[in-house]
Design a protein around this ligand. Sequence first.
Ligand code: NDP
Length: 288
Amino acid sequence: MTATIIDGKAFAGRVREKVAAHVARLKEEHGITPGLAVVLVGDDPASEVYVRSKGKMTKAVGMLSLEYRLQADAAQDEVMRVVAELNANPEVHGILVQLPLPRHMDEAEVLAAIDPAKDVDGFHISNVGLLGTGQRAMVPCTPLGCLMMLRDHHGDLTGMDAVVIGRSNIVGKPMAQLLLGESCTVTIAHSRTRNLADVVRRADIVVAAVGRPKMVPGDWIKPGATVIDVGINRTEDGLVGDVDFASAVEVAGAITPVPGGVGPMTIACLLANTVTACCRANDLAEPD
Ligand code: NDP
């Protein structure tokens, strides 16, 4: 039997519809338009694509979209000035500094300058700490999207064995925190993990966030497990995930495809986070 395909594209469409409905209500009932500002430094082509599609989708759900572009050789102070301006701008509820920043900049310093309440990427140390201690935080968009798909598929995740492959600050670690928050038993694997195949074979839930094309083969997957593939790898065969989809789909109970799985959910969650930030800033009920 082949796995259920978790359609992230369709799910993301539903999330965006809910966001758009909430935005419309905020405008109608409170005269407030949620605003998202994206800061792009330099001209990295992949970042350009992300920023453009973020802008388009922000407008499509009825929110205000602002874009700030700086040259690749801009001084860090200039980025800090833009961030300070956006922190003070009441029309802006969400600020996203597109990563990676040019090498001469200190990413941690720039992220730390963002008002945590407007930190819709959830990378500010305050939000990391709030998430880690189980308090209300802005949650990083990619892991949030993964969790939404898992919850939608399973309902309750209590007691499930989850293995997260990858321990980055933007995906692996927050993903593990979220799964812990759902009362999963969580293992975080990384490049130094021994016997990764055996570790993965124990898992009811596998989240692969590594950046190595097709590194998780089907025979690592426990029959019936749910596989969330975060990887986006550009290869000669086009975009592929970190999981070997062709073999994994034969064993898993459910699996996200690449493309069309986690990717679309990330931007949808960014929009949802911006509405959440806007509601919190105005003491209004948050979307559920
Ligand atoms: P990073 O490069 O920051 O982290 C990769 C992680 O994988 C590290 O923790 C690393 O371990 C681990 N790793 C590397 N090689 C192995 C190995 N052989 N076995 C086990 N673990 C290994 O990547 P990101 O977390 O930023 O991204 C991961 C993937 O997700 C990428 O393909 C990226 O493009 C994609 N991505 C997709 C998004 C989406 O919207 N769908 C959003 C963000 C990322 P160690 O720490 O020991 O080095």
